[in-house]
Write a protein that binds this ligand. Structure first.
Ligand SMILES: *Cc1c(COP(=O)(O)O)cnc(C)c1O
Length: 232
């Protein structure tokens, strides 16, 4: 097997093991491949292995890739920060948006999304209130979720977060986002998606209830520069 196939199998095994350790059903966690900076050829070979969901961060970079791969039945997720002038393109080319945290953006996406085929959205929460990260403070999430729920062309599916990186050797603390997700689900929101966990913390995320891990480095190796990290 080539390296990419080997790495993909390794990530799938990590997910399965984490599901088992957390006493969660096999297959309850989706692998979303974070394919920013990666070529359409690599995406195509992962698709051939059975990988369906891919996440992109930059509209400009994503559209040509999506077009080059339009013969495949890929589920495209937009996982980057959303600019107001990109909402038309995002609504047209993606079926999921992970980083929703502004009402005017939500309204624009709602206007652009087609009726009868709602855009799946996740509210981005900033559980540790880190200034470098997008997302709502936990206490503003309920009101925002209520506002989003009135928009007919958006399907609010859950939450997304990038919690603080722990000190080396420490386990990440996902408890804030975990309990917020449960609180909102109890309040009656029809949540089925918690987008949480990346290459180096997917096990902890799955333990905290993640249903969708976003994985780049563990599959492709380190990105050429680190500039794409922390912009989200
Ligand atoms: C790039 C990216 C990832 C993947 O992170 P890795 O540490 O490379 O696995 C996950 N989520 C978002 C929002 C990203 O931009």
């Amino acid at each position: 097997m080539n390296t990419l196939a080997t790495q993909w199998q390794a990530v799938k095994s990590r997910i399965l093991e984490a599901e088992t350790n957390a006493s969660r059903p096999e297959g309850s966690v989706k692998l979303l491949v974070a394919s920013k900076t990666q070529s359409p050829a690599k995406i195509r070979s992962l698709y051939a292995l059975g990988q369906k969901a891919f996440g992109e961060n930059y509209v400009q970079e994503a559209i040509p890739k999506i077009q080059a791969l339009s013969d495949l039945d890929i589920e495209w997720h937009f996982i980057g920060p959303i600019q107001g002038n990109k909402t038309t393109l995002i609504a047209r080319h993606f079926s999921w948006v992970h980083g929703l945290c502004r009402l005017n953006i939500a309204e624009r996406l709602n206007n652009m999304a087609s009726q009868g085929c709602p855009l799946n959205v996740l509210i981005q929460v900033n559980p540790d209130l880190e200034p470098s990260k997008q997302g709502l403070p936990p206490e503003e999430t309920l009101a925002f979720a209520q506002a989003i729920s009135t928009l007919p062309n958006l399907a609010l599916r859950g939450l997304m977060a990038i919690p603080r990186e722990p000190e080396p050797g420490k386990t990440p603390d996902f408890s804030i986002i975990e309990s917020l997700y449960q609180t909102l689900a109890r309040k009656g929101f029809k949540f089925d998606t918690l987008s949480l966990g990346m290459s180096n913390d997917l096990e902890a995320a799955i333990k905290a209830g993640s249903t969708c891990v976003r994985i780049g480095t563990a599959l492709f190796g380190p990105r050429p520069s680190n500039k794409n990290k922390g912009t989200v």
